[in-house]
Design a protein around this ligand. Sequence first.
Ligand code: MG
Length: 257
Amino acid sequence: MRSCTAPAALTLALLIPALTSTAASQKMDWPIHSMERPRPPVVAPGAGALPVPPPADAVVLLDGKSLNGWETVSKRPASWMVRPGYIEVAPGAGDIQTARGFGDVQLHVEWASPFPVAGAEGQDRGNSGVYLMGLYEVQVLDSYLNETYADGQAAAIYGQYPPLVDVSRPPGEWQSYDIVFRRPRFAPSGALLKPATMTVLHNGVLVQDHVALTGPTGHRERPPYVAHGEKLPIRLQDHGHRVRYRNIWVRELPGTP
Ligand code: MG
């Protein structure tokens, strides 16, 4: 058996409190949006070249040239801004969603928060969101040098799970989410058989490790599951900020055994 060298022991001793606080932060016994909940450690992302081209079996949802395939929640034409190579939230235009429904997916999203930030802070800075099935939000926020409650920062499962680490890039720079989502399963009676789960990589770094959602995400609430269909639209949030999106693609996954 190898013994720990002094530097290795020191490294371990330094790591253990960080790991412990991360684990504690992801426990679900924190009140929603608690400012006392530990913030995840900041980690500088790697170079991670973007955009990531879609693999051959992906469905491209957003190619940056049009809003084809997207509509408002009330199924009217989507009216966000189409810019060269990306789309941008048109504040007040409302959320947009895919005309098609999706269930279990691998989803790739590239986004950038507005720059300059013009003094905005907390939740009022680069806020948007990616909702799986229109119900389960992975938070989009400009979390670069911007404090807010841990369960509401970038890559949080909003109101439920802070990310394991904060790998935010500065505002204006393109960032990526890679999300593996398994939809909840319901019995014919409507009873929950299996909660939804999410695994998320932010800028290529694991930030949500197969977490089980408590139900749909909400502001100041953790509502219970209500039985729903197997495929529902993917939705992007208009939170009044000019967040940009491009290169969104999805791979539909076969059901879990
Ligand atoms: Mg949001």
